[in-house]
Structure formats: structure tokens, C-alpha cells
Design a protein around this ligand. Structure first.
Ligand code: SAH
Length: 249
């Protein structure tokens, strides 16, 4: 086990919540905070054995993984997005935003999808350790899952740090239900949002709602919320090589 104690986690989380009214507004219980600590502790521990994330210092984990996952969750709630689920986190990696969301939303149903088996087994260990019976982790590629049983099945699809928006829209829109939303967690995004307009239009997504905010410590972030109002045409998503080589323009 790491030397990251629950008390240290609580103190660092309180510091982030003091700097972010949105984070504070979640008013997380002691039980939720303990689950979040469990996830961070196991991340530090497993990252010693294999590559999971570049962010491993305790203060940074709380700010750049936990707060960076939970602040957009509060903003989505305030924007009226349905958080009951089913929710899908595409390219969840070491489980962000999936695991903090699963800690904070005990009533929701959440799934994390990632192409890398090692990351999926780490997430499953976190789910077990923190008792997150509302969450599951699936190994696979988004563009393949969208051709199989995950197509148009999730009322909220999210992704952080996976691809630029023109590519990400094609990976995520086909997984989203009509009437649902795709929410991308980004740093600065104006240019990507512009570049993704033709893709969004072709995939059944409306012009996005764009919310700018700061992480505790000052890093700029953008939450891009696309509402899906029309079915995605059957020809999308294409194979990954095509999506990456020639995003919809
Ligand atoms: N969302 C996490 C991880 C970002 S790293 C975070 O913000 O910390 C990007 C992850 O996306 C990697 O783990 C990679 O395996 C996964 N990924 C990239 N393209 C993918 C695809 N098409 N389908 C599924 N997973 C993908």
C-alpha cells in the first residue's frame, strides 16, 4: 500500500473544494470521500508496477484526476444532463473520469471502455477495492463497440484526453442514444470545436454547449456538451485508420 492516508486525501480534497464552488457543490459524504481515496491509493500502488498515468504525486492526483473529473460532473448536473445513466467513459485509461463519477453517483450505472487490457484490469481492481457495484470495465475499441451491442445505448458518453474532437465525435456519437449527450472534457478547445462542426452535424449532434472553467491551481478547462437529436447514419463510425486519416470535414 502507498503512504497516502485517508486523512491526507481529505485535506487535499478540501483544499480543491475551497478553490472550486462547483466541486464544493457536490457536497460529497465521508463514504464517497473514502471510496475516492481507495481509488487514488490503488492508482499509486499499481502505477509502481506498470504504466497507468503520468500524474502520480498525491496533490496532483487529487487536483488533476479527482477534481478534473468531478468539476465537469457538477457542471453537467447544472446543465440539466441526465446523470442516471447508462453512462459510458470512452478511453477511460486508469479510470478517469469513470471512477470518480462512479464514487459520486451511487445510483447511476457506469461503464468504462478502453483498448488496453492492463488498464481494464486495474479499473476492475479499483471497482472491487472501493465496492463500486454501479461500475463495470470493458476492454475494446470504441469504433468496434459502436458497430456491436454498444451502439446508441448510453444516455451520456464522455471522454477525457483520448483524441481531437473531429475524431472523438465519430467515436462517441454512435454510442450515444438519441436524446442523450456526448460530453468531452478538454483543455482549450475553440479550434477543435470549429474543426468538428461538419463531423458533429453528420453524426446527429447539435451545436455544442461550451463551458469554460478552471481547475484549482488555475489550469484552463473546457466542457463541450453535444446533445444528440438525430440517429447516427449506419456508415459511422468508420474503421479507426480512416477516421484518423480523414476526419469528417
Ligand atoms: N481518460 C483517461 C485516459 C486518457 S489516455 C484520462 O483522462 O486519464 C487515452 C486512453 O484512450 C488510452 O488508455 C487508450 O488505450 C484509449 N483509447 C484510445 N483510442 C481508443 C479507442 N478507439 N477505443 C478505446 N480506447 C481507446
Amino acid at each position: 500500500m502507498s503512504t497516502f492516508t485517508p486523512d491526507k486525501f481529505r485535506a487535499l480534497y478540501a483544499r480543491s473544494a475551497d478553490a472550486s464552488p462547483a466541486l464544493a457543490s457536490l457536497a460529497l459524504s465521508d463514504g464517497v470521500l473514502h471510496r475516492l481515496w481507495t481509488v487514488c491509493d490503488l492508482l499509486i500502488d499499481n502505477a509502481k508496477r506498470f504504466n497507468l498515468t503520468a500524474i502520480l504525486e498525491e496533490e496532483e492526483i487529487v487536483r488533476k484526476h479527482v477534481a478534473d473529473s468531478l468539476i465537469p460532473l457538477a457542471l453537467l448536473r447544472d446543465a440539466g444532463i441526465d446523470l442516471a445513466g447508462p453512462i459510458l467513459d470512452v478511453g477511460t485509461g486508469a479510470g478517469f473520469p469513470l471512477l470518480p463519477w462512479a464514487c459520486a453517483l451511487p445510483e447511476a450505472s457506469l461503464t468504462g471502455l478502453d483498448a488496453t487490457a492492463k488498464k481494464i484490469s486495474h479499473i476492475r481492481a479499483c471497482i472491487d477495492a472501493a465496492g463500486l457495484s454501479n461500475a463495470a470495465a470493458v476492454q475494446g475499441r470504441a469504433e468496434e463497440a459502436a458497430r456491436e451491442d454498444f451502439r446508441e445505448r448510453f444516455s451520456l458518453v464522455t471522454a477525457r484526453a483520448v483524441a481531437a474532437l473531429p475524431v472523438l465525435c465519430e467515436l462517441c456519437a454512435p454510442l450515444t442514444t438519441v436524446g442523450g449527450a456526448f460530453a468531452a472534457l478538454k483543455s482549450r478547445a475553440e479550434e477543435e470545436i470549429r474543426d468538428a462542426r461538419p463531423a458533429a452535424e453528420a453524426l446527429g449532434l447539435d451545436e455544442p454547449e461550451v463551458l469554460s472553467y478552471e481547475l484549482p491551481g488555475g489550469d484552463a478547462r473546457t466542457l463541450v456538451i453535444y446533445r444528440k437529436t438525430r440517429p447516427t447514419p449506419a456508415k459511422y463510425p468508420r474503421r479507426y485508420a480512416e477516421i484518423a486519416k480523414q476526419p469528417i470535414a
